[in-house]
Write a protein that binds this ligand. Structure first.
Ligand code: ISL
Ligand code: CA
Length: 555
């Protein structure tokens, strides 16, 4: 398998709004990021992926961009950005930008022009259609509740928005749009940026004629824009025009992407992208078409998803590995135990991530085991997704508010967006002002200062995991063999690469589990590399609650 720096890199995602506020306005900013670069370097991070920091009216916290070549007022200036980029490079790290080009803000000058009249030169930059029988042109439903179409009074036509009405979809059929995007990408790459995480990257190509979607609960229309007819052509063009000219890293965010499609987007010989974020593990605890409902996931189902991606992409494409991001609940609350075994379970979960094939992504705050937040009132939540849904279901359709709030507490994107907990002072040291989103009240116990003072903290364990991954290429490049896929509490697997072997044993339950090491693992060469309990694991007899142990050996 071909080696590459982006296969060996460990990525840290910053959600700048919630990371560190340098000027007391309650909003994280670039100077805040600059002040924490040494902290990230010490953790062992190679690449920072930053959620969007471009000019934006913030309908969807920066995922609605009004100027692709400038910095959001709240975050700072272009000079701050360049200083941050230099600071990252000086420390031997790299910066991956967020590329949001399925849609722009409705305040982007292209859209402002486009909306002026049907013969405006920018009209065709977006997707405009006449009403059908006095209503929306088709039955597509947006990601954030309600129809995916908005009627524009000036011209009497509707425009398509798969997300909020302030996020109109760009028309990728228009070559001019594509080349504007490619130019903009070059602008950031020429400045020295090291790659892109591409937002909803499998949605750019819509089925011509925009036919009605099949009836279903939830996102009607998806089959007409997910992995659409021209999507691979677009990525090959983008690769030819831009990506292939730079030594960079790319990852396409692709909700619902099936494995066969991922093999095409990220296939070794495809000349499209380096890797994708697939969502299969995130879908496991969902209930079809019911965004806020959830179920508990039997371990064999979770293992089956990870093992499938491990084995089926091996030598054909490259995986990304993540537990969470700014759109998902906190890992320890969702997959571990955020009360009695918070540290053990978080360490166990990241042991898994760091011993699989693919590029691992750590979301901010995960290194100290931040948890979900439980706000009392809907008003404490900020996310446009939640408020749109609340309006539609509670205010308009009179659904039970308590039931909805319960689901929101579990799944809200705001769970991941509460401010980073730096210390135990007011507002967790994130800001001296009023934070834009309330700090999780558990900041007094869970914060960076506490973690740095405790040699057994999640932070130091994460750092050891990262070091181990760098010392053992088998962790990055090895193949994958699972033991006992039907076991309901343990995930046990082996990796092999050029004479190196890793054995991984993980207990996903809060009970001790009887276990005995397979004979072939008991050789004289077998050595414990890392484990998440202070004293040696008794791997030959039982595995303690949420215990993780990684051994090395020769093949
Ligand atoms: O948040 C989600 C639930 O898991 C997803 O459906 C999410 O909306 C989808 O993955 C797209 O996410 C990306 O594009 C959105 C933006 O709101 C998200 O923050 C971003 O990650 C629109 O730009
Ligand atoms: Ca600020």
């Amino acid at each position: 398998m071909e080696k590459a720096w982006w296969k060996e890199a460990v990525v840290y995602q910053i959600y700048p709004r919630s990371f560190m506020d340098s000027n007391g306005d309650g909003i994280g900013d670039l100077r805040g990021v600059i002040s924490k670069l040494d902290y990230l370097k010490d953790l062992g991070i190679d690449v920072i992926w930053m959620s969007p920091c471009y000019k934006s009216p913030n309908d969807d916290n920066g995922y609605d961009i009004s100027d692709y070549r400038d910095i959001m007022d709240e975050f700072g200036t272009m000079a701050d950005f360049k200083e941050m980029l230099d600071g990252i490079h000086q420390r031997g790290m790299k910066l991956m930008m967020d590329l949001v080009v399925n849609h722009t803000s409705d305040e982007h000058p292209w859209f402002v022009e486009s909306a002026k009249s049907p013969d405006n030169p920018y009209r065709d930059y977006y997707i405009w259609r006449d009403p059908k029988d006095g209503k929306e042109p088709n039955n597509w439903i947006s990601y954030f509740s309600g129809p995916a179409w908005e009627l524009d009074q000036t011209t009497g036509q509707y425009y398509l928005h798969l997300f909020t009405r302030k996020q109109p979809d760009l028309n990728w059929e228009n070559e001019k749009v594509r080349y504007e995007v490619y130019d903009m990408m070059k602008f950031w790459l020429d400045m020295g940026c090291d790659g892109f995480r591409m937002d909803v990257a499998n949605l750019y190509s819509k089925v011509p004629g925009l036919p009605d979607g099949k009836p279903r609960v939830g996102r009607v229309g998806a089959e007409n824009y997910q992995d659409g007819p021209r999507i691979h052509e677009f990525f090959r063009e983008m690769n030819r025009e831009v990506l292939s000219k730079y030594d960079i890293m790319t990852v396409g965010e692709m909700s619902d992407v099936p494995l066969e499609q991922a093999l095409r987007y990220a296939g070794t010989d495809r000349n499209e992208l380096n890797m994708v974020f697939q969502f299969e593990q995130d879908l496991l605890d969902t209930v079809e078409g019911e965004r806020w409902a959830y179920r508990s996931v039997p371990l064999p189902e979770l293992k089956a998803v990870f093992s499938k991606w491990q084995t089926q992409l091996h030598e054909k494409a490259w995986n990304s590995l993540y537990w969470t991001n700014h759109d998902q609940p906190r890992t320890v609350s969702r997959r571990g135990n955020d009360t009695d075994f918070r540290k053990e379970s978080q360490k166990m979960l990241y042991t898994m991530l760091m011993t699989m094939q693919g590029t691992p992504y750590i979301y901010q705050g995960e290194e100290i085991g931040m948890t979900n937040v439980s706000f009392d009132s809907i008003d404490d939540y900020d996310d446009v997704e939640i408020h749109n849904c609340w309006r539609e279901r509670v205010i308009k359709n009179h659904e039970d508010p308590d039931r909805l709030l319960e689901g929101i507490r579990y799944r809200a994107r705001d769970n991941a967006r509460t401010p980073m907990q730096w210390d135990d002072t007011e507002h967790a040291g994130f800001t001296t002002g009023n934070p834009w989103l309330k700090v999780n009240p558990n900041y007094k116990e869970i914060n960076v200062k506490e973690a740095l003072a405790d040699e057994n903290s999640i932070y130091y364990y994460m750092r050891r995991l990262i070091t181990m991954r760098k010392e053992y290429p088998v962790a990055v490049y090895g193949d994958f063999k699972e033991y006992g896929p039907e076991h309901t509490k343990l995930y046990v697997y082996e990796r092999r690469y050029e004479g190196q072997k890793l054995y991984v044993v993980l207990n996903f339950s809060e009970e001790p589990v009887p276990f005995s090491m397979p004979e072939e693992w008991k050789g004289a060469e077998t050595r414990l590399l890392i484990s998440n309990y202070e004293d040696e694991p008794l791997t030959d007899r039982r595995i303690r609650p949420y215990e993780a142990a990684v051994y090395s050996g020769g093949c």
